[in-house]
Design a protein. Sequence first.
Length: 227
Amino acid sequence: MLDAMAPSAQTATSAQTATSAQTATSAQTATSAAFRQGAGRLCLDFIRTLRHRGGPDAEEELADPAALDAWIRQFGPYDDNTGTTGTGTAAREAGRADAADLLAARALREAIHRLVTTARDGGPARCDAASRATVNTAAARPVPVPALDASGRLRHHADEPVTAMLAVLARDALDLVASTALDRVRACAGERCGALFLDTSRPGTRRWCSMNTCGNRAKKGALHARA
Ligand SMILES: [Zn+2]
C-alpha cells in the first residue's frame, strides 16, 4: 500500500532517462541522467541545479560544460546542439558550452536565485544591483529564433545557442518577479529541500516541489508516524 505510487514514479524516471540517453552523444554519456524538472518555471528548474545551496553538502549539478549542455538539451528548444554556427572556441563552433559559458551560467543562476528570493521577501526592488545587472545583461542577448520548416516542424536556431538559452532563463526570471505569479512561488516543505516552485494549484496550497519525491516522502513519513 505504501508503495502504491512507486511504480509510476519509476516509469517516469526511466522514460526520462531513456529520452536523454537517446539524444546524448558519447561525450555526454557521463551526464545523461535527467535533471529534476517540474518547478513550473524554467528559471526555477535552473536554480535547482545547485542542490542544498549554502549548506555544507551543497552539490553542483552543472559540474562541467558537458553538464550544462545536457541541461540545455533537456530544457531548451533545440533539436540538439549541432547544426548551429558561431564564433569563438571550438566548443562554441560546435554549439556546445565551453568553460566561459559554464561560469556565465552559474553566475546567472545565482543572480536569478538572489533576485527571486529577495523579490519574494519584499519585492524585486530589494534585489542587489549586481544581481539585477547580471540578469538584465543576460536577458539582453538574442534568444533562439523559431522557424517552421517545410515538413511542419518547428525548429529553433541561435548563433550562440548556450548564450541564447541563458537569455531565455534571464527573461523568464524577469517576467516572473515582475508579475503576480511571484505570489505563487513557494519553497518546498520537504525536509532539507527548500526548492522554489510555482504553485499552479487552484487553491494555492501546494507544499512540495514534486509529489514523486518530497511529497511522497512526507506522506510515507506521516503514515509511518501514524502506524
Ligand atoms: Zn522538494
